[in-house]
Design a protein around this ligand. Structure first.
Ligand code: SAM
Length: 308
């Protein structure tokens, strides 16, 4: 567990890659703003939900560049207790969490695998983007989390998703998917900030080999997507060993390229060198997002095209 006072020492190894490092450290002391995504599958008229929330004293402000997202004041308002939440009109989620699905660009009619899907913020965002007309397989290895995912699909009125319970590394389907999202289990460093102490899952002593798990998931995802299809790999950590080095591993094993992508939040290119190791130059097309620049959680996103 990391105390706030230990953060400067913990994040020191990133001081050359995190821009404006001192401001980053200061920003960790600020609590995370509260946002929600408006779910058009259940709530065709945004005004209906926004007026309902306003009656309960909630101020909402649209997020520029992210059409269905709203910032909420006060930031500690219990959105989960509202009728709007219960009816599936809103899904509380942070704005950087929207980025992997923006990279995925889901379309109606596509076969899409969400390999690490629970509790479903991105599955439900995929369904919404594809107007509930894609075929979505939402997978997770944990039954308790899959239960929450099923409840969220029901609450948000998603009819286009089925759920499966597999370790992603051995996901069995023989049908090639058009797109696969790997929102990988990770050390969660990007979520660290005041009020979230203890949320760092990263085991400095190396009890859990997250990069090994992440490499297994990404390679399997790549083999499940059709030639010309797309895999989006994302994490909420700054750690290059869980980000660029995982994608670098894939690029050396398979015929793939990283596609450039436009995002509505400020970002930086993926790194192409880490601790003396030269990485694939295409990693510059991946994107790094930092909390002090996005007012959100730190994220890494790579959009990968299968070439052969
Ligand atoms: C970052 S969370 C996913 C969040 C989810 N995509 C969302 O937007 O709500 C990572 C998920 O990966 C699942 N997971 C961990 N190891 C896995 C594995 N080997 N195969 C499939 N899922 C796994 C965890 O249970 C967890 O739900």
């Amino acid at each position: 567990m990391l105390k706030l006072s230990e953060a400067p020492a913990y994040f020191e190894r990133y001081k050359d890659i995190i821009p404006d490092f001192e401001r980053f450290l200061e920003h960790l002391k600020e609590p995370l703003p509260l946002y929600f995504r408006l779910n058009e599958l259940k709530c065709p008229e945004p005004e209906m939900a926004l007026k309902g929330l306003a009656r309960q004293g909630v101020q909402t402000e649209p997020v520029p560049g992210l059409p269905q997202f709203y910032k909420v004041e006060p930031r500690d308002f219990p959105l989960g207790n509202t009728e709007e939440y219960y009816l599936g009109y809103i899904y509380p989620m942070t704005i950087s969490s929207a980025l992997p699905v923006i990279a995925l660009e889901p379309e109606p009619g596509e076969y899409i695998l969400d390999m690490c899907a629970a509790p479903g913020s991105k599955t439900t965002q995929i369904a919404q983007a594809a107007k509930d007309k894609a075929v979505i397989v939402a997978n997770d290895r944990r039954l308790d989390r899959l239960t929450a995912l099923v409840a969220n699909l029901k609450r948000l009125g998603v009819a286009s998703a089925m759920t499966t319970l597999y370790r992603g590394e051995v996901f069995p389907f023989g049908v090639p998917f058009d797109k696969v999202l790997v929102d990988a289990p990770c050390s969660g460093e990007g979520r660290y900030r005041q009020g979230y102490e203890g949320e760092l899952l990263y085991q400095k002593e190396g009890h859990t080999n997250l990069p090994a798990i992440q490499k297994g998931l990404l390679v399997r995802a790549f083999d499940l997507v059709k030639v010309g299809g797309v895999v989006v790999y994302s994490t909420c950590t700054f750690n290059p060993e869980e980000n660029e080095l995982v994608v670098d591993y894939l690029l050396r094993k398979r015929q793939a390229e990283i596609l450039p992508c436009e995002y509505p939040l400020p970002c930086h290119p993926g790194i192409t060198e880490w601790e003396g190791k030269i990485l694939h130059p295409g990693l510059a097309n991946a994107a790094r997002f930092y909390p002090h620049e996005t007012q959100s959680v730190g994220f890494f996103v790579a959009k990968i095209k299968r070439l052969m």
